[in-house]
Design a protein around this ligand. Structure first.
Ligand SMILES: *Cc1c(COP(=O)(O)O)cnc(C)c1O
Length: 376
């Protein structure tokens, strides 16, 4: 049996090695390391895959969120609502831009923003909502978009974990996550579902003016060479990463299917177990399983993690400390906020290895060992 990893980027690379190596060498030969034609080509291909008008490539998923928020022209003190149960990047940029992060609780089944909590958190200072499609499952976008419309708020979707995820609206319309709000963002961090061989990110929008502004912000606020109209930053996707991503994009659907079938295997293995809650799949979401995350009841999670580690089975806790309990947000008085579902989840979740290269014998071994411990 191959060693079990949380993500097996090496085996995945070896399957497309000749194509990738050739593309990387071609960039080196061209010496167009920055802004090569391949960056525009990849962006166009991604727009067409997502069915969105504009893709603005940038340096990483955190920058993508920052550029999106800079483009909205928000003022210090404006409130941005986001789930507490997410990766720190989502919330960090809000504080970085001197905006006020307002945390809301998530739904116990989907792990995504709870629309009821969202509506309660809205104040006259609220300007934007940042839902996160956590672990590859879509946030409840119809409810979120309705609330945003009613209160005249911007929606920025953090799609870093869910590229390729689809959302089905009540009328049957299907859209890819990241293209539903005013702006969407993603990350090409190597372990993400569309991972580069380094850092990368992108921003999506259907709004022409917003697209032009975000492009400008990502390039030193430059309108034409050496003319800088707004304060921007330097955030680029380099040509080598774009060349690799362009190849991997062609395999994305196949990668999603591989993740989904690994999840199906786990689902069956843990079905109806009284101590294990397997990932919920809302009918409106096509889950792309960036993570396969269990919620354990009456199981010593840390001991399970240790037990698995001794068997060379990695497992991770995403996330041990939620946003409202992070020291960096202490000045926003968030510690006093009550987030029962988030707190409940942070003490019970555990993510098992999930990626595109899992073999049946690995899945069998992992699930057998989890069950052995849980049934002890
Ligand atoms: C990975 C991630 C980011 C940040 O992406 P980077 O490319 O690492 O900057 C943002 N939000 C979420 C939810 C993520 O998982």
């Amino acid at each position: 049996m191959r060693p079990i990893q949380m993500v097996d980027t090496k085996t995945q690379y070896h399957k497309i090695k000749s194509e990738v190596d050739e593309a990387v060498l071609a960039v080196m030969e061209s010496t167009a390391f920055i802004n090569g034609k391949i960056v525009q080509d990849f962006s166009a291909h991604l727009s067409s895959y997502l069915q969105v008008k504009h893709t603005i490539p940038c340096a990483n998923g955190t920058d993508a969120l920052q550029i999106a928020m800079m483009a909205l022209g928000l003022q210090p003190g404006d409130e941005v609502i986001t789930p507490s149960f997410t990766y720190i990047a989502t919330t960090e940029v809000i504080a970085l831009l001197k905006l006020t992060p307002v945390f809301v609780d998530v739904d116990a089944k989907t792990f995504c923003m709870d629309p009821v909590a969202l509506e309660k958190a809205i104040t006259p200072k609220t300007k934007a909502i940042v839902p996160v499609h956590l672990y590859g499952h879509a946030a409840p976008m119809s409810a979120i978009m309705e609330i945003a419309k009613k209160h005249n708020l911007f929606v920025i979707e953090d799609n870093a974990q869910a590229i390729g995820c689809e959302y089905t609206f009540p009328d049957g319309t299907i859209k890819k996550t990241g293209t539903i709000g005013y702006i969407g963002t993603t990350s090409f961090y190597p372990s993400k579902n569309l991972g580069a061989f380094g850092d990368g990110g992108a921003i999506f929008t259907n709004d022409d003016t917003m697209a032009a502004l975000m492009k400008m912000i990502a390039n030193h606020g430059q309108s034409k060479q050496y003319y800088h109209d707004v304060v921007g930053c330097n955030s680029r996707l380099d040509s080598i990463q774009a060349a690799i991503l362009d190849i991997k994009l062609k395999h994305l659907e196949e990668y999603i299917q591989a993740r989904r079938s690994a999840a199906d295997y786990y689902d069956k293995a843990f079905a109806a177990h009284p101590k294990i809650q397997t990932p919920f799949r809302a009918p409106y979401s096509r889950h792309v399983f960036h993570q396969y995350t269990l919620v354990l009841e009456n199981v010593n999670r840390d001991e399970l993690k240790l037990f698995l580690a001794h068997l060379s089975i990695p497992a991770m806790i995403y996330y041990t400390v939620p946003g409202h309990k992070q020291k960096m947000f202490a000045s926003f008085n968030v510690a006093s906020q009550v987030m029962p579902v988030t707190d409940w989840l942070t003490s019970r979740v555990i993510s098992l290895p999930i990626h595109t290269e899992l073999e049946e014998e690995q899945l069998e071994f992992i699930s057998a060992k989890v069950l052995e411990f849980v049934n002890k």
